[in-house]
Design a protein around this ligand. Structure first.
Ligand code: AHR
Length: 501
């Protein structure tokens, strides 16, 4: 392997490490919100253990309230005194009731408690431009309007900062089954009328608007990206701005998801890793279409839903998307973040689905108990890559083969942070054999090298409430001789090393 720190690439935007929290299963209720009267330690109803864990991984932004839920969400039902809020339905996710006790103010409190920016998805599917425009006025104006007064009466006199606005969600599917042309006409209307009035966001810190983009690898999505980007190129002044186009892509062999999240063998391990590498093809495919209309890369590709989607755990409520999380998921994190980092000039935002108790989560909860997943630990190990500058790494990846599947055996990225430290991440996909790595480093004189590695006894090792430390990072053994760094990557492992000049 060779790293030349004098050859730098794009900045790895911290927003690549964003999260997604939808009103789905136990993601919000129980996972984040327990209510102020709960015996589970909480701050204004938001559980303290989850907040402390999320603060430690420096979550840059949280996307809320959905997902499919967003296109049926009516924000007015989630403001005002909790006991006066209506109970509604959540038809997308198990048909359960939605108490609306976690609404706009609670979400923004949660985002503030974990130190994240707010990424709101507005209801374009079943709402109206007026409803969405009112939501943004309610949130952001400092003028004495009726909506601002209502916000103040609900406990927040100052305007909120809304960093990102998603204009719909999967409107080609659960968001209204729209054609690209129909969605485009809606996008233009909503972009025009849904305004952020926060005085502090007018010239700097502008709210970034993310349009709905493609989802997965179906051929119809090339046309979707073409339609939106072509129109963006020819836009008039009244289409204010579009800062990002979303891409949704889950790691799934096929829907409905049937692969198990625990209790699987090497075949399923290899098939899922092969499926996750599809992300690279999609980023390149849609990036190339965007390049045709936007060679300066003004519009970001925002992968605002990604992660592994497995069969629901047995004995969990249908529609709740509850799954376990193994060392395989930690490798999925590393491989996907590496793909985003390699395309960091175009991919400037990503949101893993979902934050707590749903799909590829950071944490699982059961009443007062919480356990951190291998996915969480991989996110924590990658924190130094936030805002670091990509450094190209060249290497002989080798091959890992299982049956008819053949994958690169090793993956790696490098980045340099503001202090000059070089960060290297290595993933060994081979679950059976260690990988010996010898790296020569040019462009800096290394003084020290140290780091952490995450591996596990079996391909499906997980953390449980009873055994929470089966898959946790341990110090890595690394040796440095002059500019040559050597280490052995354990089978099925993720390792992050800091090389300090
Ligand atoms: O994350 C679960 C669902 O997956 C989201 O609600 C939807 O946007 C996607 O299809």
């Amino acid at each position: 392997m060779h790293v030349d720190t004098s050859k730098s690439g794009a900045k790895i935007d911290r927003h690549l490490f964003g999260q997604f929290a939808e009103h789905l299963g136990k993601g919000i209720y129980e996972g984040v919100w327990v209510g102020p009267d709960s015996r589970i330690p909480n701050t204004r109803g938001i559980r303290n253990d989850v907040v402390a864990a999320l603060r430690a991984i420096k979550v840059p932004n949280v996307r809320w309230p959905g997902g499919c839920f967003a296109d049926e969400y009516h924000w007015r039902k989630g403001i005002g005194p909790a006991n006066a809020r209506p109970v509604t339905l959540n038809p997308n996710w198990g048909g359960v009731t939605e108490p609306n006790t976690f609404g706009t103010h609670e979400f923004l409190d949660f985002a503030q408690q974990i130190g994240a920016e707010a990424y709101l998805s507005i209801n374009l599917g079943s709402g109206t431009p007026a409803e969405a425009a009112d939501w943004l006025e309610y949130l952001t104006t400092d003028q004495p309007t009726a909506l601002a007064k209502e916000r103040a009466a609900n406990g927040h006199a100052a305007p909120y900062k809304i960093a990102f606005l998603g204009i719909g969600n999967e409107n080609w599917d659960c968001g209204g089954n729209m054609s690209p042309e129909y969605y485009l006409s809606q996008l233009r209307v909503y972009s025009r009328f849904v305004r952020n009035f926060n005085p502090a966001q007018q010239t700097t810190d502008r709210m970034l608007k993310i349009a709905v983009g493609p989802g997965g690898g179906e051929p119809r999505f090339a046309e979707w990206t073409e339609t939106i980007m072509k129109s963006w190129k020819g836009r008039q002044w009244s289409w204010d701005h579009m800062d990002g186009l979303s891409l949704h892509n889950y790691t799934v062999v096929r829907f409905p998801a049937s692969y198990k999240s625990v209790g699987f063998g090497e075949k399923e391990y290899a098939e899922i890793l092969q499926a996750t590498l599809e992300m690279d093809r999609l980023v390149k495919q849609h990036g190339a279409i965007m390049d045709k209309y936007d060679p300066e890369k003004k519009v970001a590709l925002a992968v605002d839903e990604w992660g592994a989607w497995y069969a629901q755990l047995p004995d969990t409520q249908p529609g709740f998307l509850a799954q376990q999380n193994s060392i395989r998921d930690a490798l999925i994190v590393a491989l996907n973040i590496n793909i985003f980092a390699k395309h960091a000039d175009r991919v400037r935002m990503a949101n893993i689905a979902q934050m707590v108790n749903v799909l590829q989560a950071m944490a699982l909860t059961d009443g007062p108990k919480m356990v951190l997943t291998p996915t969480y630990h991989a996110f924590r190990m990658y924190v130094p890559f936030q805002e670091a500058t990509f450094v190209p790494v060249t290497f002989d990846a080798g091959r890992y083969t299982h049956g008819s599947i053949s994958l690169p055996r090793v993956d790696a990225i490098g980045a340099r942070d503001a202090s000059g430290t070089l960060w290297l991440s290595f993933t060994n996909l081979d679950p059976n054999a260690p990988a010996e790595i010898a790296t020569t480093i040019a462009g800096l004189t290394p003084r020290t090298a140290s780091g952490e590695t995450l591996t596990a006894p079996a391909v499906d090792s997980v953390n449980t409430f009873e055994a929470p430390n089966t898959v946790v990072p341990k110090p890595a053994t690394v040796s440095l001789a002059g500019n040559r760094l050597s280490l052995t990557l354990a089978p099925k492992s993720v390792t992050v090393i800091a090389v300090r000049p």
